[in-house]
Every structure is written in C-alpha cells, then in structure tokens.
Design a protein around this ligand. Structure first.
Ligand SMILES: Cc1cc2nc3c(=O)[nH]c(=O)nc-3n(C[C@H](O)[C@H](O)[C@H](O)COP(=O)(O)OP(=O)(O)OC[C@H]3O[C@@H](n4cnc5c(N)ncnc54)[C@H](O)[C@@H]3O)c2cc1C
Length: 367
C-alpha cells in the first residue's frame, strides 16, 4: 500500500509529491505522458513572488522582464508600463520539468511515466501503463491531473466549469535592441474574454491567444494564425517554419469549493487554483501544493481530520475582487468596447490599476 498516489506530473503534482516524500512518505506519481518534455501546456511566465519564494533552477529561467506594453485592437498608441523591479521570467519548461522530476526522484518519489489513471476500482485505483492495466492501493489520492480532472470526478469533488482555452507558438529569436517585453493585446475578435500576447525576452518568443472557446469568430487556431501575422514586438524576429505549439484549457472560475474528502484532495488546475483575472496558474499551483502536502502529512501522521482544513470555500473568499474583474473582462465583447475600455487605461487612474494587477505584490492566498 502506498501512502499517496499522485495523478499528474505537472508542476502541481511534482511539487506535492516531492514535499510528501521529503517528509518521509511513500509516494507513487503517475503521468500519462511518456516524457515530461512533450505536450507542454504553459507559456511558463513566473511572477516575481514565485521567483522570490520557490527555488526554481536559475539555468531554466529566461532573462528578467520589466516592461509590459498594452495595445487596443488597432494596435495604435499602446500604453507602456515599466517596473523598477524584475517582474517576470519565462521558464524553459522542458528542462524545468525534468529538474523537478529529478528532485522528486531524489526525495524518493517513484514516477511512472506513460501510465494513465483510469479510475477507482473499489478500494484500489486502476492504472493503464505500458504493460496493460494494473491496480494500486493508496491511503490518499491527489488529483494533480489538470483542468479536466478525472480524480475530481471519482472523488465526487467540485469540477471546473468555467474555462478559457489558450494556444501559443514558441520559437527562438535572435537578440534584439528592445528590452525583454510582455506585449498584451486587448481584442475580443482575437482573444474573446482574455488577451492575445507576445512575450519576447530576447531568447524566445511566445505568440498566443486565449479566450472563451465558443466566442472565437473562426475558432482559436484561425485567431492565432491571424494574430501571428500582425503580432507586435517581433520586428526583427522571423517566425521559423517549425515552431513548438502549446495549448490547453485554463480554469478561470476561481478556486473550487470542495477540493478534499476523506480519500484525497485536488491541487493545481484540478482545484481551479488559477487567478481568474490574469489566468496565471503557476504561482497558485505551487502554493496550494505546499498547503496540500502539509495537510496530507498531518493526516498520514494520524490526524485524518486534517483534510477537512483543506477547504476551497474558505480560501475562495480572497478571490472576490479578481472574480469581479474577470466578469468585467468577459463582458468586453467587441473591438469597439475594447477600444472604449482602453481609454481608461490611458488615464493615470487606469494605469495605476494596471500596474497593481501586473506588478503587484499580491499572490495566491493559502491561509
Ligand atoms: C496556453 C497556456 C498558457 C499559460 N501560461 C501561463 C503562464 O505563463 N503563467 C502562469 O502562471 N500560468 C500559465 N498558464 C496556466 C498554468 O500553466 C497552469 O495553471 C499550470 O501549469 C497548472 O499545473 P498543473 O500541474 O495543475 O496542471 P498540468 O500542468 O496541466 O498537469 C496535469 C498533468 O496531469 C496529467 N494527466 C491528466 N490526466 C491524467 C490521467 N488520467 N492519468 C495520468 N496523468 C494525467 C497530464 O498529462 C499533465 O501532465 C497557462 C495555461 C495555458 C493553457
């Protein structure tokens, strides 16, 4: 019998598994992908608070970014915001996941790649791997299996209903005279309910769109294609024929209320731990995983009621403001409305608000 079965080796699953193993518990981590360097679903922008609080390997992080440029739909008269501090760094995600897996293995986590969690079978959990189906037993199961979590369904916990979808192309760029910059375009015909972006840190460019699936006028792929042709911030960078493609769902309904029960809990996207406004999920998934590992450690040491303190409903109260702003952004449905909203951004008040969101010290609250 394992102490804990963790399903999903994204950042949330790797972090939870590592912390539990470091506390002396016996952890099996299963991941359906056969390697951690393919099918990456994130741009990998880490915010300052995460870089301050979590020991991410420096060699897996791009140059610091201090400059954000915000554009209306016609891309004219953008608003440039520059921070006095390093605000973001883009992770080189493939080596970053590999480094996290190495740390997990060193701590004693057994990682089974190419192994899909297939559901509960009585007191056991069904897995399908290279050698066919098997069953394992564990005192607790952790759903770190992303926005459409199978574990959440099996444990009868809450599930993400409010999702954006996002996609991006990633390619290396030649050095540039422009400082590393995060370009954001507010245009609901390209990115309905969210933003289109170019992150160019002088090493790599990420060109992406995200929004409500049903609202893309010609589908997300076409929107990304269209944006790629006119995207700002790529003046000297040529898009190569071969690019890395990333994409996936992004839960933006806020932290789910019921994220634990007597048999286990949810972390990361599975728990809805993503900022409803910025759609950033890397900081939340690390912070919530730390809390989850503490709670499970307590439970495994003979205090099973510790799991009741892992309560999404209580934490969710901190998200009221961000949920309200998400509803506001979702209401911007036409380029004309976006241009009108953009006028606010040109005022000192609007810029102060944007700076608070983009460069603020707030992080994902876990207490
Ligand atoms: C296009 C895009 C760009 C983004 N950019 C950023 C960004 O720049 N900054 C930021 O902070 N956030 C960003 N996000 C959000 C952020 O990436 C996620 O919130 C974060 O990666 C979630 O990590 P996770 O470990 O919970 O989930 P995931 O990384 O999705 O990991 C879940 C894992 O579970 C595995 N899995 C699923 N089902 C099973 C199963 N049945 N059996 C076994 N394994 C299973 C999957 O293969 C996957 O590896 C972005 C999201 C998208 C879609």
């Amino acid at each position: 019998m394992n102490d804990v079965l963790v399903v999903g080796a994204g950042l949330a699953g790797l972090h939870t598994a590592t912390l539990l193993a470091e506390q002396g518990h016996d952890v099996l981590l299963v991941e359906r992908r056969t390697n951690l360097t393919s099918a990456i679903r994130t741009t990998g922008i880490f915010v300052r608070k995460t870089l301050d609080d979590f020991p991410l390997p420096a060699e897996c992080l791009g140059p610091p970014i201090r400059r954000v440029v915000l554009y209306p739909p016609d891309l004219r008269r953008p608003v440039t915001l520059v921070s006095g501090r390093d605000e973001y760094r883009v992770g080189d995600m493939a080596p970053l996941y590999v480094a996290a897996a190495k740390r997990a293995t060193s701590a004693g986590v057994r990682i089974a790649l190419g192994t899909r969690y297939a559901g509960r079978v009585g007191n056991a959990f069904g897995l399908v791997g290279r050698h066919g189906p098997t069953q394992v037993r564990a005192r607790y199961v952790v759903g770190a299996d992303g926005a459409r979590s199978r574990v959440a369904r099996d444990l009868a916990l809450d599930r993400n209903l409010h999702l954006l979808i996002g996609a991006e192309e990633v390619f290396a760029v030649p050095g540039s005279d422009e400082p590393p910059t995060f370009h954001c375009v507010l245009d609901p015909s390209l990115a309905p309910g969210y933003l289109a972006w170019v992150v160019n840190d002088g090493q790599h460019a990420h060109v992406g769109v995200a929004g409500y699936a049903a609202r893309f006028p010609d589908g997300m792929r076409k929107a990304l294609e269209r944006f790629g042709k006119e995207a700002p911030g790529l003046s000297r960078a040529e898009r190569p024929v071969e690019v890395e493609r990333r994409g996936g769902p992004i839960p933006v309904g806020g932290l789910l209320r019921r994220i634990s029960c007597a048999d286990g809990l949810l972390v990361g996207d599975a728990a809805g731990a993503v900022s409803p406004l910025t759609a950033g999920g890397l900081d939340p998934c690390l912070r919530l995983s730390t809390l989850a590992a503490d709670v499970l450690d307590e439970a495994l040491r003979g205090r099973p009621d510790a799991l009741t303190h892992y309560d999404g409903a209580a934490l969710r109260a901190h998200f009221r403001g961000r949920l309200m702003l998400r509803r506001g952004l979702a209401q911007v449905r036409t380029p004309a409305a976006a241009s009108a909203a953009f006028k606010l951004l040109r005022t000192p008040l609007g810029q102060a608000a944007a700076r608070r969101i983009l460069f603020g010290d707030r992080s994902f609250p876990t207490s």
